[in-house]
Design a protein around this ligand. Structure first.
Ligand SMILES: [Zn+2]
Length: 329
């Protein structure tokens, strides 16, 4: 794979999200030379979705004035579970896709090799190459949102299973016979530490009259209680919501402590809506809990950093990972 022909010197990184998709074209040094963004429109189905992906990449190439025969490869970051070898999206609940042969379709459309990678892994790999985790021997990324994504770059390689991506920190069972998780199991870390867990506890507090500011501004509908509404409620004086956030942060620290004890990372990169909305309150509480719970000899062996790569993280990491995989295979 991977032509060494000098003319094939450009890369595309693709970020397939639940609501929007983005293609970024990079030169050989992975500097951005063009981009395109479209709505995902998952409700149109997988076939229409593939067409939109191909069109988005094509438009990004036009934007960069790069012809498809100048492409060395395409990296596609997508929510999992994925069959990494075959480049198949096994199931993407956000998109309603099942068994979509993404790699095959993209390779056929652009005549170059494609690599499919978990979107969280891609984001962390970008942090490792260009952002908050540069030069780390072992970097763990934790991205609490609706769920809790995580990844690990160990000595320059993304840790992946032989077939599937891994580091499913959100589904570590932490509460015996706890609340039902989106995955079908009970008591996963996500059920106590995700943004959804915080939002639902905050909605309950609002309906009980314990969070008057939240009730007035956002009501009790979960869809309206996102990261910014939570921050707003806390700064408006809702003590109950602050305690709910701190409680969830302590649970996340519990999950991260498990990972620290297993992998002894030198950096833990945190990103996502909650981290961006509450860089102090939330991240500090997570850090305090993590350090309190790890094996005492690990207490000072890692640092916590916030993600730096922003909206381009997944696309950048997907392109960089594709290059890594294709140039070392
Ligand atoms: Zn679960």
């Amino acid at each position: 794979m991977g032509s060494k022909n000098d003319e094939r010197n450009f890369w595309v990184g693709f970020d397939l999200g639940g609501t929007k998709m983005m293609a970024v074209v990079f030169d050989g040094e992975l500097k951005v030379v063009g981009r395109e963004r479209k709505k995902t429109k998952a409700y149109e189905g997988a076939e229409a979705g593939i067409e939109r992906i191909v069109r988005t990449i094509g438009d990004a190439l036009d934007d960069a004035h790069v012809k498809k025969d100048a492409l060395a490869g395409i990296g596609v970051g997508t929510p999992g579970p994925l069959d990494l070898n075959e480049g198949v999206v096994v199931e993407a609940p956000n998109l309603g896709w099942k068994n979509v042969r993404l790699k095959q379709h993209v390779e056929k459309a652009f005549g170059c090799p494609a690599v499919v990678v978990n979107d969280v892994d891609a984001g962390l790999y970008a942090e490792y190459c260009f952002g908050a985790a540069q030069k780390a021997a072992c970097a763990v990324g934790v991205f609490p949102g609706t769920g809790i994504g995580a990844g690990c770059v160990y000595r320059g390689m993304l840790i992946q299973g032989s077939k599937y991506s891994c580091m499913e920190i959100g589904h570590i069972p932490v509460v015996a016979d706890g609340a039902l998780c989106g995955c079908g199991q009970r008591g996963c870390l996500e059920t106590v530490a995700s943004r959804l867990a915080i939002s639902s506890a905050a909605a309950v507090a609002a309906s009980r009259g314990q969070a008057p500011h939240l009730l007035e501004k956002s009501g009790t509908d979960l869809a309206n209680i996102r990261s910014n509404a939570i921050t707003d409620s806390i700064s408006g004086g809702d003590k109950a919501v602050e305690e709910i956030v701190r409680h969830a942060a302590r649970w996340l620290g519990h999950g991260i402590a498990i990972v620290v004890n297993l992998l002894a990372p030198d950096v833990i990169v945190m990103g996502g809506g909650l981290v961006e909305a509450m860089p102090e309150l939330y991240v500090e509480e997570v850090e305090k809990a993590t350090r309190a719970l790890v094996l005492p000899s690990y207490r000072k062996t890692f640092r916590l950093a916030t993600a730096k790569m922003g909206d381009d993280a997944t696309a950048t990491g997907a392109a960089a990972w594709a290059r890594h995989v294709l140039e070392t295979s």
